[in-house]
Each structure stands twice: as C-alpha cells, then as structure tokens.
Design a protein around this ligand. Structure first.
Ligand code: NAD
Ligand code: LMR
Length: 344
C-alpha cells in the first residue's frame, strides 16, 4: 500500500511556459560544467532569460571561451567565464547554482554506472557552494540524479548549511518528454495536439522504473489504454536510452536537457521573485514516502521566495500507476542510500 499522504489530492503542473519574466529583482546564476554538451546550450538559454542578471560560467575546461561567446548576445545579463582554478570566484554572490558537470552515458550503460565518476565531482562542487555561497539554491542535473541529490544534501549537512528548500534534482526532462510523447500519441491525423495541452505530472526519481508518469490525471492520458499505454510509459521511462542509442557513443541528451534545465531554472527564479502558483515536478527532500525510508522524491512542488514552498501530494492514481510506484520505491531507496553511503 502506498502512503496515504502521497495520494491525497491532484495538482496540475504549470503549463509548458518557458522563459517568462516579471520586472523585479534580478539574480546571479552559476553553471558548473558550462563547457559541456549540456552546459553550453544551457548557458545560452540562461543568457536569454530576463530573470538572470548575471551568469557565472565555470568548468574544468573551456568555460572562459563559452562565456566570451555567449556574452556577445544582445540580452541584458552580464556573463563571466572562470577557469579550472577559479571555482570560488565563480560562486561568489550566486543565488542559483545549476550543476551539469560530470560524464554522460554511453550505449549499454545505466545512469548508476556513472556513479563512480560523478559522485565525487558533485560532492566537491557542493562543498564549494557550501563554503562560498551557502544560501544558494542548487539544481542538480548530473547523473545519477537519484544519488547525486542525496550526495549534495549530505555534503551541505556536513558543512552545517543544508536547507531542504534549496536543493533540487532536475527531473524536468521527464516532464518535457511525457508532454511531447503524449501529444504525439493522442494526436489524430486531422488534429495535432500542442504539448501544452498534454502536460503530465511525472513523479518518483530519474532513471528507468523510478520515473512514474501519472497519465491518468490528464484527460488525454486517461484515454490511452492497453498496448499504447504500456508503450508510452516505457518511452517516458527510457527516453534517455533512446537518445544515448541514437548518439551512438557521443553522449546523452544535451539540447533537450539544456531546454529542460533552463525551463526549471526559470520556474525557480519566478518563484524566488514572489510569483505565485509556480508548480512543477522536481526531486526534493520530501515527506511523501518518508515512512518507507525514502527521503527524496519527485512530485509537484510549489516554488516560492524560499525555494520549495509546498510539496504537493500525488493525488488519485490508477491501479497501473500504483504498480509503477511499487516498482519505483525500492529502487529509489537503494539509489538514495548509495548516495548517503558515499558521503558517510
Ligand atoms: P559532457 O561530458 O558533455 O559535459 C560535462 C562537463 O562537465 C564537461 O565540460 C567537463 O569538463 C565538466 N566537468 C567535469 N568535472 C568537472 C568539475 N569537477 N567541475 C566542473 N566541470 C566539470 O556531459 P553532458 O552531456 O553535458 O552531461 C553532463 C551530466 O548530465 C551527465 O552526468 C549526464 O548523465 C547528465 N544528464 C542529466 C539529465 C537529467 O535529466 N537530469 C539529462 C541529460 C544528462
Ligand atoms: C536523460 O534522461 O536523457 C538523461 O538522464 C541522460 C541519460 O543518461 O539518459
């Protein structure tokens, strides 16, 4: 049986609004891993976000070049690049830190296979944030997200600066994929649906069976049955593999991830500025399945001036989704414990 608290009511995620702004306080954002496949287009998209007043780009290689390039774009934000030995300077005064640093998958690998390399990268970057900008909000993209987020949390805890309302695993790509795939599935030959009409709440974590789309909570999703339902769930859960396979050894999703990362950052910045009703799924420290020893879980989260404002329960779910959740929870627990054990 699933925890009752998790099932209480439904909340609808914010429609697929990408880069909107209201004129108010502006903010310094850092990208750690800015020279990479995600980091470069993410930096470009953040430069276009009117909420970002200053962009601080750091990588162990190539960030000053990316910064020089992006800085010529005719939007208002300032851009500065930092070389490998300038991490502390890059983090000075930042409000939001986005972390896509680390290695991506090759065909045949799981996200967990990245743990040995990426765990220490993420831990060390989190320790630097704790030291230089302990009030910053940290958005973790580096895989395996189910483990790297607990690593960040425990690292901040060790430094005495962990605030659960400021640490996020970016699961937005799952939400983006779910909306896109459902729009394709539900479109007819005479009318193509806009993914804005097929937004799906995706809960759980960010890897295979831990990705749980709640299709039954949308009218279009509820109508997908049988083999079509099995197929779309599998595609949402394993969309990352589709890209890894197609790139054939050259990495994993970068462009769609940069879009998703910029979209989540924009949502957080709007919440931080005081915009009301900014709700989107993200992987955070959550009470929903605490009774099962699962400290982190992605569900709809209202973002506000302090970061996490309110964690929404899952709402009513179908029998199929109950089964998906039952498969998700033990795997997620294992991934979280692996992250904790690494820091301990
Ligand atoms: P990439 O190899 O193209 O880029 C990674 C960058 O990180 C490189 O530029 C590298 O120099 C940099 N880097 C390595 N160690 C660093 C350190 N200590 N400090 C700063 N920078 C450092 O990889 P990518 O395709 O951009 O993917 C990055 C990560 O994002 C991977 O772990 C990948 O699995 C993950 N990812 C997550 C999602 C998601 O949905 N959360 C989606 C796609 C990819
Ligand atoms: C994704 O979902 O595309 C990312 O997590 C990258 C990957 O390894 O699949």
């Amino acid at each position: 049986m699933l925890a009752r608290a998790a099932l209480r009511s439904v909340s609808t995620p914010l429609a697929t609004r990408a880069f909107s702004s209201s004129p108010a306080r502006h903010t310094k954002v850092a990208v750690l891993g800015a020279g990479g496949g995600i980091g470069q287009p993410l930096s470009l998209l953040l430069k276009l976000d009117p909420n970002v007043s200053s962009l601080s780009l750091y990588d162990i290689r190539g960030a000053p070049g990316v910064a020089a390039d992006v800085s010529h774009i005719d939007s208002a934000g300032e851009v500065t690049g930092y070389a490998a030995d300038q991490l502390d300077a890059a983090l000075e005064g930042v409000k939001v830190v986005v972390i896509p640093a680390g290695v991506p998958r090759k065909p045949g690998m799981t996200r967990d296979d990245l743990f040995n390399t990426n765990a220490s990268i993420v831990r060390d970057l989190a320790a630097a944030v704790a030291r230089v900008s302990p009030q910053a909000h940290i958005l973790v993209i580096s895989n395996p997200v189910n483990s790297t987020v607990p690593i960040v949390a425990r690292t901040l805890e060790k430094a005495g600066v962990f605030d659960p309302s400021r640490v996020f695993g970016v699961t937005t790509l799952d939400v983006v994929r779910a909306a896109r795939f459902l729009a394709s599935t539900a479109s007819t030959s005479s009318s193509a649906l806009d993914p804005k009409e097929t937004v799906v709440t995706v809960v759980g974590g960010h890897s295979g069976p831990t990705i749980v789309p709640l299709l039954s909570q949308t009218s279009y999703g509820k109508a997908v049955k049988g083999e079509a339902y099995e197929a779309i769930v599998k595609r949402i859960q394993f969309g990352g593999d589709e890209v890894v396979k197609a790139k054939d050894g050259a990495g994993s999703a970068t462009l769609s991830m940069a879009y998703a990362g910029a979209k989540f950052t924009n949502a957080l910045l709007r919440g931080l500025k005081g915009e009301k009703g900014v709700i989107t799924p993200t992987f955070v420290k959550s009470p929903l399945f605490e009774d099962k020893g699962i400290d982190f879980f992605a569900s709809n989260v209202e973002l506000g001036v302090n970061g996490v404002e309110k964690i929404h329960p899952l709402g009513p779910i179908s029998a199929e989704e109950e089964k998906l959740l039952e498969a998700c929870l033990p795997e997620l627990k294992k991934n979280i414990e692996k992250g904790y054990a690494f820091v301990a």
